[in-house]
Design a protein around this ligand. Structure first.
Ligand code: AGP
Length: 606
């Protein structure tokens, strides 16, 4: 989604803003722009398309040590030069960049038109620039006053040519983080744009407005009451934000997964009591025992991770667990029970619907744990307790390492809850051992890449594919299909293999490659029947299995044999083969792998 960067200090602002925008590219965007103040004049440059187009439009040097920049992901109005941010008022006194959606923009626009002000763009943001310019006096007062009239969500940054060196930022529903530098201050939508300049950051909360100058900052509420803020340290290293020698972030992130899982597990396996230790839950064993059910909420791949996690917890802790898309949950007036433990899952910690679901549960008195990657993110700060994934920054829009880390956290929670209930020390010990060996098994799985690359050619010409799996393998099929759709744009539909006869079989033909996940378990004979049904209809088949079964080889065009792991961890291993497959198919099709069309990394609007 849109990204904001702002800088005030003593250095030339333009290169810093452009570098920040490059770091924000991964969030997804379709136009960009910057505004710089110098000698009581604001110069604005913007362009539809990639940052290279904007770069081409910039003069060799733009004087000025204070400015704002933006990558826009179109919501109100097409991705054009005019609709790109920053937006200015008619006298070019104010410039503003904004993430989020102003819901009453049409009403505000009408009011402006009635007073003779014509908006030149189709955006909701431009109204903010005109409204801010209609106030005399300090920009921060104007921002507070205008935002009181605004309904909707925003993260914004504004400058006023009459206050050079000062930037006003505000937040309601869309993240803005202050970066505290040495004789300079920055603000950005996420840490990636700040990491090069500072390690000390402050997260603005909803309803807060801040004024930044080169030497300091003040944070207040919309009612001008001072807010007490404390800073935190960036947890990621600068090099974690680059491609590390790979040609795509996605490829690097897939290959990072053995290491990521090692970090997710670090210090959490307890061999003495054959359990897992999860600091930060804010729940004692006796509190955990009171919960009779678990409800997991998330969006997209985080929801699919939740489905896989539900199976893990049910299996090991024998508690009823269900997962639901966060947006669906929050809009159906859910029943919140004191005996249910709610878990929200999010890589970014900023997904709007997941955050809204969390707030809905808390409003009704529920207790919510978070499984979050982004340290200090809004969800991480608002949950009642939680587990950080420690997966490091995930840049590619398609989630891979964060998804695998989510599953690893669920396995830890399942082990911990299982051992609190009736899991034997022997089973607990086997799980601890299996988790300890997981990074090595992931490494071995990544070795299958050459074989998977060859199979990718076989799938790349398809227009429609099916991903099938039963019980534990079904969420894997969903996530595998999602990966293929996201980055290759090939239609992929996931079904429980048991459902084939109830509808989708009508579509199976020689033109629909089918990928089926067949774990070596008691359901293998059933999965084999499904494979046979598909084969009979002439569909090309790829089987993902850890079973040594000749029938699978006889019925499949290709078999990907995965390392054998504990049954609970099989979804993690088979999931990685599907990530590699999607990556190589997208590569063959020459897709924009890290920034797929129409998608954004962090979905901070509904
Ligand atoms: C995954 O590949 C997708 N980009 C998307 O489904 C993502 O998982 C979803 O938007 C949730 O994001 P979050 O984990 O940051 O909340």
């Amino acid at each position: 989604m849109c990204g904001i960067i702002a800088y005030t200090g003593t250095k030339s602002a333009a290169p810093i803003l452009m570098d920040g925008l490059r770091k924000l590219e991964y969030r997804g965007y379709d136009s960009s722009g910057i505004s710089i103040i110098n000698r009581k004049r604001i110069r604005t440059f913007k362009a539809a398309g990639k940052l290279l187009v904007l770069e081409d439009r910039l003069p060799d040097e733009i004087a000025g040590a204070c400015g704002i920049g933006h990558t826009r992901w179109a919501t109100h109005g097409a991705p054009t030069d005019i609709n790109a941010h920053p937006h200015m008022d008619e006298s070019a006194r104010i410039s503003v960049v904004h993430n989020g959606i102003i819901e009453n923009a049409s009403a505000l626009r009408k009011q402006l038109e009635n007073s003779g002000i014509i908006c030149v763009s189709e955006t909701d943001t431009e109204v903010l620039a005109h409204l801010l310019a209609s106030h005399r006096g300090p920009l921060i007062d104007a921002v507070r006053s205008v935002l009181k009239k605004v309904q909707g969500t925003y993260g914004l940054a504004a400058i006023d040519k009459d206050s050079p060196g000062s930037i006003v930022i505000a937040r309601n529903g869309s993240p803005v983080i202050i970066g505290i530098g040495d004789g300079e201050m920055l603000a950005a939508s996420d840490m990636s744009a700040l990491a090069r300049h500072t390690r000390e950051v402050i997260h603005l909360d909803d309803g807060e407005v801040a004024e930044l100058t080169a030497t300091g900052f003040t944070v207040t509420t919309l009612d001008a009451q001072p807010s007490t803020k404390s800073s935190s340290q960036l947890t990621s290293e600068l090099e974690e934000y680059d491609k590390g020698g790979y040609s795509h972030y996605l490829h690097r992130e897939i290959h990072d997964q053995d290491n990521v899982v090692l970090k997710t597990l670090r210090g959490r396996l307890d061999t003495r009591f054959s359990t897992a230790h999860l600091g930060g839950l804010n729940l004692h064993a006796r509190d955990l025992l009171k919960f009779k059910r678990i409800k997991i909420l998330g969006c997209g791949s985080a929801y699919y991770a939740g489905m896989a996690g539900a199976n893990m917890i049910e299996e090991l802790a024998r508690l009823p667990v269900s997962a639901e898309p966060a947006a669906e949950f929050r809009y159906r007036n859910p029943i919140i029970e004191a005996e249910t433990l709610y878990i929200v899952v999010s890589q970014s910690g900023e997904t709007f619907d997941t955050l809204a679901a969390l707030r809905e549960v808390q409003r009704k008195g529920g207790f919510v744990l978070g499984i979050v990657n982004s340290v200090g993110s809004t969800i991480a700060r608002e949950v009642n307790g939680g587990v950080y994934m420690h997966a490091g920054p995930e840049v590619s829009v398609a989630s891979t390492k964060a998804y695998t880390s989510m599953l690893t956290v669920f396995a830890l929670i399942a082990l911990m809850l299982g051992r609190l209930r009736d899991m034997s020390p022997q089973r607990g010990s086997a799980m601890v051992h299996a988790l300890d060996e997981l990074p090595q098994h992931i490494k071995d799985t990544l070795q299958l890449e050459d074989q998977i690359e060859k199979i990718a050619g076989f799938m790349a010409s398809a227009t429609s594919t099916f991903y099938l799996g039963r019980t534990d393998a079904f969420p894997v099929a969903l996530e595998g299909a999602q990966k293929l759709k996201e980055i290759s744009y090939i239609h992929a539909e996931a079904y429980p293999a048991s459902e084939l006869k109830h509808g989708p079989l009508a579509l199976i033909s020689i033109d629909t490659p089918c990928l089926i996940i067949l774990p070596d378990n008691e359901l293998l004979p059933k999965s084999l029947s499904s494979l046979e049904e598909i084969r009979t209809r002439g569909a090309p088949t790829i089987s993902i299995t850890d079973a040594d079964n000749e029938q699978i080889d006889a019925l499949s065009d290709h078999v990907i044999r995965t390392p054998r792991v504990d049954s609970i961890l099989k979804p993690i291993i088979s999931g990685i083969t599907l990530q590699l497959l999607a990556y190589h198919i997208a590569l063959k099709l020459d897709r924009d792998i890290d920034q797929p069309r129409n998608l954004a990394k962090s979905v901070t609007v509904e």
